[in-house]
Design a binder for this molecule. Structure first.
Ligand code: SAH
Length: 347
């Protein structure tokens, strides 16, 4: 059987030093290669011109720089948001988004091909999970966007397709590598990871004491409501999830962002707002309301602007730090997983 080549851009600098030892090269080569991969954002070994031809050939025999290749780019006429569809080495596709704000450029990446969490309103999960992304496939979504757009990326959100805490080891390695001074050196404070609430891994993440923001997808303010929208709530109930979030805040000092997709008639009533106040009022946190982005497979609707504002005001009056998320790229299939689905199905 053909031995598959190793995924070189998923090695940390220390791991790469060991790899060099194993193939009989000096450890300092690792520094050079790491810089080519993660600072100069090379796509091929033959770009690495300060390495000898024989070393480049040796690398090529043993390793590969796994492909993350743009196949489609859509630019919003409304707000300049760019949506990218990338093809991976094995033909799978993932999507990422570049959002331009006054304070800098933010990239939203995917962490898995598909997703197995089954949230009712989400397009990414309709076909289930295909596979996890490797650290290099997460990193290289950002590298490609930076190269293609010519824009420097300063903020990262892991809110594309997939559940990062369901791909925990690769996700964690990604965080270390993207914030490493030998790579793009993006401040952890500018990184937000969003989870549907896989409790044991929230505790593990808290113990890493990173400075990233944890965003928790709440979507329901009682266990029953949450369960009706998010199957993961059958496994980890609301109380447990909130306790894990408290632990994250205690250990890292980073305030949790709670995300709440407003679904008209489902979780946007006065009563829902009241319950939400009850669970959030004594927590030092931020609440982000997201009017649901309807997908055609489900008949969920977003509330109109007025009633979303009313919901927000009620929370605000109770002292909760709340915003309604600005809708970006609504003309370019902005919601999770929509572009990928469209392309895979040839619609
Ligand atoms: N698996 C992670 C990341 C998912 S995407 C998580 O569950 O948090 C980021 C956010 O967008 C999540 O809060 C998710 O619930 C929400 N989301 C997904 N589809 C949506 C839609 N159609 N409309 C509004 N929000 C959506």
């Amino acid at each position: 059987m053909l031995q598959s080549k190793k995924d070189i851009a998923s090695f940390t600098l220390d791991e790469l030093k060991n790899e060099m030892k194993e193939i009989g090269e000096k450890p300092f080569r690792a520094g050079q290669i790491y810089e080519w991969l993660h600072k100069k954002l090379a796509d091929r070994f033959d770009e690495m011109t300060n390495l000898s031809l024989s070393l480049r050939e040796k690398l090529d025999q043993n390793y590969e720089i796994r492909k993350v290749e743009m196949v489609r780019r859509q630019i919003s006429k409304i707000d300049g948001t760019n949506k990218f569809l990338f093809c991976l080495q094995d033909g799978n596709m993932v999507e990422s988004v570049l959002m331009k704000y006054k304070h800098g450029n933010s990239v939203c990446i995917s962490s898995q091909v598909g997703c197995r969490m089954g949230c009712r309103f989400c397009a990414s999960t309709l076909d289930g999970l295909e596979r996890n992304l490797t650290p290099s496939e997460m990193l290289r979504q950002i590298y490609q966007i930076q190269k293609i757009s010519g824009e420097r990326v300063s903020n990262i959100v892991i809110m594309g397709t997939g559940e990062p805490l369901d791909n925990y080891d690769n996700f964690l390695k990604f965080i270390y590598m993207i914030s490493d001074e030998h790579g793009l050196n993006i401040s952890q404070r500018n990184i937000t990871a969003s989870t549907c609430g896989i409790v044991p891994n929230i505790y593990r993440l808290a113990d890493e004491k990173l400075q990233i923001t944890l965003a928790l997808s709440l979507h329901g303010s009682t266990q029953e409501k949450r369960k009706s929208l998010m199957p993961v709530a059958n496994k980890y109930d609301l109380e447990e999830v909130l306790r894990a979030c408290d632990d994250y805040f205690r250990k890292t000092g980073r305030r949790i962002t709670f995300e709440y997709s407003l679904v008209h008639g489902v979780n946007d009533t006065e009563e829902d707002a009241g319950e939400l106040i009850r669970i959030l009022k004594d927590r030092n946190c931020h609440l982000n309301l997201i009017p649901v982005n309807p997908i055609k497979e489900r008949n969920y609707e977003k509330p109109d602007k007025k009633s979303a504002a009313k919901f927000k005001n009620k929370l605000e009056k109770s002292g909760i730090n709340v915003t309604i998320r600005r809708e970006m790229g609504s003309d370019i299939d902005g919601a999770c997983g929509q572009l990928r689905r469209k392309t895979m199905r040839g619609v």
